[in-house]
Design a protein around this ligand. Structure first.
Ligand code: F6P
Length: 547
């Protein structure tokens, strides 16, 4: 597909892992557990309030030793230092990668192009806190003097997935007298359904876009403006009370008609998918209040410190990143399932899809050479126990190897009777069933007729991590997100790819821009696409006007 020279991380450790895999591929977790009675206690880590049981992975001490060596040989230590130092490690966009600065305490200093960025981060946080408090307390009023009770975040990708995930995750901590909605899709249904029961006089729109040029967001923002003006008698001065912007692009924000005094800034060294803890989190802060938002930031920061300072063998994000790589590159696993047993985390897998796949869905190295190994796996998932009654069948008895991350909490935010014990029993049972399965002998011993035995056998040997925390708080959410951010970084470093650009989304965007006038124009356009695209456009033009 490309003319670039192939590249391979054929370090000695990679080659040793390939050899080692041959000795381990047929070894069953049943045997690994039988050989070491303390495996379940030994292969665990605890840091920053996050407990990881990684004993149900298809690894031995030798695997771990080689994976750690691989990380060393790949220069992970230097790359971590380079990121935290503010080096321009996003080479294809010539940018620093400093989401870690968004949660750095005031006392730290991180220099980008001769300037300490930490004071600017805190200035924006203070501005967000002041604004959030005014909205929450009713001091900030709408154009007609009514209190703002509805907040609609308009954004897409990183300007939507983080805010919506965090709102759902932290709903327990949110102001229940307010309504929060999220509009992302250019499909008009998204906007129409989000505002159908809202009063424009009580509604604040937060237009969230790093670039302030994204087609979907700008289309929805203009529709929101028209909807609000129509509802408030067309007085343009109303915009100032009902629209604020979160962006890096002050010029475009002004052009849209939002006073830059009502703009919350962030910077080009924050990637969209790494921005939920920047001003992009404004809707989160309005929902949960500045104090809770700051405690989320301190959770992020404690995982940053752990990642930066802990030796690799005790480093949770490093270990999780290496395990994913182990299955992706040596076991040929194509996906990772993330299975939170916490209803409030229902949008966490969707959030992780952008974080992981926009970051590591790359086929060339930093130098532009085509890789000859697999990179980013597909991440997916749903909360438990619902998924158990849907796709778990394939994880248990299908032909594919699907490493799973189970996420559970010791305490429920809604303790109701026996619910939480039942929920957690399912976490432990699923991980146990996947690892150990059920042999034909065990199935027969239960009196199963011979013909049915093969259908009821569980091969087991299906790997999983179990991640536990005390309860879902803003701080713990910050830790979990930072854990996956740094796991993605670890993988990207070893694959020698740029986890921080996203050129793959450009082509489709450009083609859509070309097709829009071909759909909207009054006269038949002269089409010069392939025959399929031409045919689809012609058919759509014919049909859209039909009865
Ligand atoms: O889909 C590409 C992308 O650039 C994402 O990386 C980003 O999060 C999203 O679009 C939204 O971009 P913006 O915040 O600039 O509107």
């Amino acid at each position: 597909m490309t003319t670039a020279v192939d590249s391979s991380p054929q370090t000695p450790a990679w080659a040793a892992l390939a050899k080692h895999y041959e000795t381990l591929r047929d070894v069953h977790l049943r045997d690994l557990f039988a050989q070491d009675l303390s495996r379940g206690q030994r292969l665990t880590l605890e840091a920053a309030g996050i407990y990881l049981d990684y004993s149900k992975n298809r690894i031995t001490d030798e695997t771990l030793r080689l994976l750690m060596r691989l990380a060393e040989e790949a220069g992970l230590r230097e790359r971590i230092d380079a990121m935290f130092r503010g080096d321009k490690i996003n080479v294809s966009e010539r940018r620093a990668v400093l989401h870690v600065a968004l949660r750095a305490p005031k006392s730290e200093s991180i220099i980008v192009e001769g300037q300490d960025v930490v004071p600017a981060v805190h200035a924006v946080l203070d501005k967000m806190a002041g604004f959030s408090t005014r909205v929450r307390s009713g001091t900030w009023r709408g154009h007609t003097g009514k209190r703002i009770v509805n907040v609609v975040n308009v954004g897409i990708g990183g300007s939507d997935l983080g805010p919506v995930m965090a709102y759902e995750a932290l709903k327990h901590y949110s102001d229940r007298s307010m309504t929060f909605r999220f509009v992302s899709n250019v499909d008009g249904t998204d906007f129409a359904e989000a505002v159908r029961d809202l009063d424009p006089a009580e509604t604040l729109f937060v237009i969230s876009s790093k670039t302030f040029t994204t087609l979907e967001t700008m289309t929805n923002a203009h529709t929101a403006r028209a909807w609000m003006l129509a509802g408030l008698g067309g007085d343009e001065t109303a915009v100032a009370k009902h629209f604020v912007a979160v962006s890096t692009n002050a010029a475009e924000v002004s052009k849209f008609g939002i006073d830059t005094a009502n703009m919350f800034e962030f910077w080009d060294w924050v990637g969209g998918r790494y921005s939920m803890d920047s001003a992009i989190g404004l809707s989160t802060m309005i929902a949960i209040g500045p104090e809770n938002f700051r405690s989320m930031l301190s959770g992020f920061h404690s995982m940053d410190v752990h990642f930066r300072t802990t030796p690799f063998e005790k480093n949770i994000p490093v270990l999780m990143g290496l395990l994913t790589l182990w299955y992706t590159d040596f076991f040929d696993a194509q996906t990772v399932a993330v299975l939170p047993y916490e209803q409030y985390l229902k949008r966490f897998p969707a959030y992780l899809q952008q974080l992981t796949m926009e970051s590591n869905g790359k086929h060339v190295t930093l130098e532009g050479a085509h890789v000859d190994y697999e990179t980013g796996p597909v991440y997916w998932g749903e909360p438990g126990t619902n998924g158990q009654h849907s796709f778990y069948q394939l994880i248990h008895q299908g032909t594919r190897l699907i490493p799973c991350d189970f996420i559970g909490f010791s305490k429920s935010l809604n303790p109701l009777g026996r619910h939480h014990d039942m929920l957690m029993a399912n976490v432990f049972a699923q991980a146990e069933a996947l690892a150990f399965g059920k042999t034909a002998e065990q199935v027969k011993a239960e009196g199963t007729p011979d013909w049915l035995v093969p259908h009821r056998v569980f091969e087991g040997n299906r790997p999983s991590n179990t991640i536990l925390a005390d309860k879902l708080t803003p701080e713990v959410l910050g830790k979990l997100v930072a854990l996956y951010e740094h796991s993605v970084f670890t993988q990207g470093t070893i694959w020698q790819i740029n986890s921080f650009d996203q050129w793959g989304v450009e082509l489709g965007k450009a083609l859509a821009q070309r097709i829009i006038p071909e759909l909207e124009g009054p006269s038949e356009p002269a089409l010069s696409h392939d025959s399929s695209t031409n045919n689809l456009i012609e058919r759509y033009r014919r049909e859209k006007e039909g009865a």
